[in-house]
Design a protein around this ligand. Sequence first.
Ligand SMILES: [Fe+2]
Ligand SMILES: [Fe+2]
Length: 180
Amino acid sequence: MSAPSQPFLSDIKTLRERARQHIEAGAVTPGYAGDLKTVIKLLNEAFATEIVCTLRYRRHYYMASGPNYESVAEEFLEHAKEEQEHADKIAERIVQLNGEPNFNPEGLTSRSHAEYVEGTTLVDMIKEDLVAERIAIDSYREMIHFIGDKDTTTKRLLEWILSVEEEHADDLVGLLAGRS
Ligand SMILES: [Fe+2]
Ligand SMILES: [Fe+2]
């Protein structure tokens, strides 16, 4: 008796049959190994976090003042745009998973991991942004660990976002140290 040549993969017939079931589910096939409900809930929390971060950075961009505030304000604006991009990518992924991105402003700050702190001085603002980035870094790391290899598309998205949040944190530390 010869062993099957690809013991870990489904045979073509099974793949074809499965793909025809529940086609309305789109990208979510019967082979989806993740806990879909939990993944969508986590993605919505990340989505809220990104929106709150966008709002906080924008506020900081407009309120930045003091000596040499311009370069710091520019950094705030750049981060605000990148957080918005993260929010958009997460919303897109939620829809692919047949969920709904939660845009409801009510409860936004409690769904978010990071906080919305206005801060008064420029240094306060940078520090609050750094704290928020560090919260985001830890929560993305945990989400990536939770999702593991059960949903590699979501995992890749979160890994990309995590790498950008790490850059943001590094930028902010640089600003505090007067590196920029
Ligand atoms: Fe982000
Ligand atoms: Fe960030």
